[in-house]
Ligand binder design. Structure first.
Ligand code: NAD
Length: 332
């Protein structure tokens, strides 16, 4: 029987792993600790390794795994920054990730937040919390079927968002990407520049990666081109937006509403409980106090399907490497 050592296991993963084991007849040992120089010896005698971790893997780990005859590390998420890919390759270790665990989960979050903005739900909830049940013009929503949605970055997630808006609500979809996707032309029209797409859109949805070319692509100038009642959703990467410029644009009425699942200064805060701690980041404080912003801590991905797929695909990649020394999810 194949034996897999699983590091960084959370409670929510345990039942999923047990189900997978029953289907495959593999034996999986679940450890809550992550893979480090101090914990690597625990996987001696196993055939493959999987982990879920943000922390850099100690450089000595690759050689130790090699000495145990282990040929893989399956990261149960998309990001693989913790790994030294060259050193892994030198030691015959194949690193795999799970890049496409559920584009639909992020897309559904995006649609939910766009509706939140278009129907003024956030402000309505705040008013109702104060027992104000009156109907005023600022509560009037707009119907999605009459609106234009701009998808900036028509990759896996962007295309899923486009389909939901087009087929689900009848919205008009404009797309912008450095590479146009032929299949996407069935439900969206590509536009040549971001400026053009931004000036026409009622909802702007960002799905670009973080790169030098995309850093603060939504700066003061770009934000000034948005429609005054436009809704901006960023479930891509925080650095796509100059957050101070966005807050100014909202204050000055250049934009209607922003829903941010990613924030450029999120790293010290996301996944931590600050309910009894002071937030020192003044931009974050400003953002949290703005009633035209709905902020969520990088949880667009977080659904039952995503967690299941991360576990299943990482364990499946481990089996593939044990059996054939290759996997479609290898990154080195
Ligand atoms: P993807 O690689 O499938 O799509 C990205 C698209 O951006 C590609 O089509 C690419 O051609 C395009 N692109 C790259 N550089 C560009 C540029 N300079 N100008 C225009 N287009 C450009 O990626 P994806 O899986 O759809 O992910 C999109 C974003 O969502 C990523 O930033 C990813 O990190 C983020 N994400 C967020 C969450 C979350 O929970 N909030 C979860 C997963 C992914």
């Amino acid at each position: 029987m194949v034996k897999i050592y699983m590091y960084g296991v959370s409670e929510q993963e345990r039942p999923i792993v047990k189900e997978w084991q029953a289907l495959t007849n593999a034996e999986v040992y679940m450890d809550t600790d992550i893979l480090e120089a101090d914990t690597v010896e625990r996987c001696k005698g196993y055939d493959g390794v999987s982990t879920y971790q943000y922390k850099k893997v100690d450089l000595s780990v690759y050689e130790t795994l090699k000495s145990y005859g282990i040929r893989n590390i399956a990261q149960r998420m998309a990001g693989y920054d913790p790994y030294d890919l060259d050193l892994a390759t030198q030691n015959g270790i194949i690193i795999t990730n799970v890049p496409d665990y559920s584009p639909e989960s992020i897309a559904e979050y995006t649609v939910a937040q766009a509706l939140n903005g278009i129907r003024n739900l956030y402000q309505i909830h705040e008013r109702v919390a104060k027992h104000n049940f009156s109907e005023t013009l600022d509560m009037r929503g707009r119907r999605l079927g009459r609106l234009t949605v701009a998808i900036i970055g028509t990759g896996r997630i962007g295309r899923s968002v486009a389909q939901m808006f087009h087929y689900g609500f009848g919205s008009t979809i404009l797309g912008y990407d450095v590479y146009q996707n032929e299949e996407a032309k069935a439900y969206l029209t590509y536009v040549d520049t971001i400026d053009e797409i931004v000036s026409k859109a009622d909802i702007i949805s960002l799905h670009l990666p973080a790169m030098d070319e995309t850093f603060h692509i939504f700066n003061k100038e770009m934000l000034s081109k948005c429609k005054k009642n436009a809704v901006l959703v960023n479930a891509g990467r925080g650095v796509l937006i100059d957050t101070e410029a966005l807050l100014d644009a909202l204050d000055e009425g250049h934009l209607g509403f922003a829903a941010l699942d990613t924030y450029e200064g999120e790293f010290d805060y996301v996944k931590h409980d600050y309910s009894n701690k002071k937030i020192k980041d003044e931009t974050l404080v400003r953002l949290l106090n703005n009633d035209k912003v709905s902020y969520t801590p990088h949880i667009a991905y977080y659904t039952d399907e995503s967690v299941e797929n991360m576990v299943h695909r990482a364990l499946q990649s481990t089996l593939e490497i044990i059996d054939h020394n290759d996997s479609k999810y290898r990154v080195n």
